[in-house]
Design a protein around this ligand. Structure first.
Ligand code: PMP
Length: 488
């Protein structure tokens, strides 16, 4: 089936397109969703809030079997740096398919893998790239987290781990233990600095400073109950935790604290990597060079791929210490190499930084008129809007309580307007925007118009007494056709 450039339309536009491609139709769409609900696990997630049956996609736009089109600001949970089906990705995949190269090669060397590794190393912080090793892991981010934990435990001979409140590292057991919801005795939990809902009640530089001091005191107090750990794992911007960017100074402090105590620093860049935050890697903002980087999502150019890259001196584990059948996905490596190169050559990290700043500015503008917008934050094109109940009582806190019901309603109102967003954060009250880095100015405006419109509708439905927005929301219709055009 040919993929055409997206023609932005709202939910409900179900006609055949200019190529004459006719949607499967409402009943096929309904049938597929019904069978999914009957057959698939209760643990399914996105499928619950997004009753979409995607059949075509390009750039920012995704089209369901019922012919509805959506602007996709979930981007495969931050995977699609170049959006759906970018031509350079499709071309790279086709080239491998047409070449007769084997698709499954375990962890053997291939020209495709060689190109991927070369391209990856070209993007790494120079100090790390000079003498880095790469381990190809099982296909998911969580596999790479497990590999990183095994690596540092083997290299240091220690078992414990330092991890942060609000962290998310994956769903396999080691990664889960390191995540904020877990209670593993080998993991000491440290405060991650945040301005909004700062655990010390002060926020800003002072809050980050106190978080760093707490970390130091735990490590240096012989009676803290925290023995010197095998490593510290952190996200440069917490994604699932609610889009919380770490201050650069705090990142540098974590680097100093760990370096001074010979504790390997692991940067989980699964979500922050490949330009997403406005620098190629999240650590680049602070200039921190970690000992281990955990990479997945965008590095596979929309296909499953995960690696760790680390300093050569840590490379003391035995052959097979971390293995897996699916470490040689040639299509993912080709798609990933093309994506890395495209992001680098087209300076898409800079683009994400500039556009992200503008989007944050406009979203912050909304908060003036909408008291239920408690906080707007992010870095680059990793953006979060925390919804609160402004009239609610928050015990022991100067900030109002999170409002997950309003957040869920806003997500639905967005969907009704043809905009896909997701929720994150401690209480699932943070609406997250992770658009592709190829987003055009016009597309960004269209996304924000729909978001603003949905916010007003969600508030009206949720709290009818809420004051109306101070300034009118621009009508969506006037922007649709041009403003959501293809980015490539
Ligand atoms: N680390 C981070 C920072 C993530 O955001 C995620 C996924 N959202 C993971 C690890 C786990 O990746 P995967 O779902 O591919 O296992």
């Amino acid at each position: 089936m040919a993929v055409t450039e997206p023609v932005p339309v709202t939910a409900g536009d179900t006609g055949a397109d200019e190529e004459g491609w006719v949607p499967l139709g409402g009943s096929a769409h309904e049938g597929i969703l019904r069978r999914q609900a009957l057959r698939e696990s209760a643990a399914r997630t996105y499928a619950r809030s997004l009753p979409i049956v995607p059949v075509r996609a390009r750039g920012l736009t995704i089209e369901g079997a019922d012919g509805r089109r959506y602007l996709d600001c979930l981007s495969g949970a931050g995977t699609l740096a170049l959006g759906h089906n970018h031509p350079v990705v499709l071309e790279a995949v086709k080239k491998v398919l047409d070449s007769g190269a084997p698709l499954h090669v375990l962890d053997l060397a291939t020209p495709v893998k060689d190109r991927f590794t070369t391209e990856l190393f070209a993007t790494l912080p120079a100090e790390l790239a000079r003498d880095a090793r790469v381990q190809f892991c099982g296909p998911a981010g969580t596999d790479a987290v497990e590999a990183a934990l095994t690596l540092v435990r083997t290299a240091t001979g220690r078992g414990g781990l330092l991890a942060f409140t609000g962290a998310y590292h994956g769903m396999t057991s080691g990664a889960l233990d390191a995540s904020g919801g877990a209670a593993d005795v080998r993991v000491a939990r440290l405060p991650y600095p945040r301005d909004y809902r700062c655990p010390f009640g002060v926020g800003g530089d002072r809050g980050a400073e106190l978080a760093a001091r707490w970390t130091e005191s735990l490590l240096d107090d012989p009676k803290s109950g925290v023995p010197t750990p095998a490593g510290m794992i952190l996200e440069p911007v917490q994604g699932e935790g609610g889009v919380i960017p770490a201050p650069d100074d705090w990142m540098r402090r974590m680097r100093q604290i760990t370096a001074a105590r010979a504790i390997p620093l692991i940067a989980d860049e699964v979500q922050t990597g490949v330009g997403r935050t406005g620098a190629f890697w999240g650590v680049d903002h602070s200039g921190v060079v970690p000992d281990v980087m955990v990479l997945s999502k965008a590095i596979g150019g929309s296909l499953p791929l995960a690696v760790i890259v680390y300093r050569a001196e840590l490379d003391v584990w035995e052959p097979g210490a971390h293995a897996g059948t699916f470490r040689g996905n040639q299509l993912a490596m080709a798609a990933g190499a093309a994506t890395l190169a495209y992001v680098r050559e087209n300076r898409l990290a800079d683009r994400a930084a500039a556009l992200g700043t503008r989007m944050l500015g406009r979203l912050r503008g909304l908060s003036a008129a909408h008291p239920s917008v408690g906080d707007v934050r992010g870095r680059g094109l990793m953006i979060g809007v925390e919804l609160v109940d402004p009239s609610g009582e928050a015990p022991h806190a100067p900030t109002p309580p999170a409002d997950p019901v309003l957040a869920a309603s806003l997500r639905q109102q967005c969907l009704d307007r043809g905009l896909i967003v997701e929720l994150g954060g401690r209480h699932s009250a943070v609406v997250r925007l992770l658009p592709p880095l190829t987003l055009t100015d016009e597309q960004a405006e269209a996304v924000l118009d729909r978001f603003a419109d949905a916010l007003a509708a969600a508030e009206r439905a949720h709290r009818p007494a809420c004051p109306a927005p101070l300034r009118p929301v621009r009508p969506r219709a006037a922007h649709h056709r041009n403003d959501t055009g293809p980015s490539h």
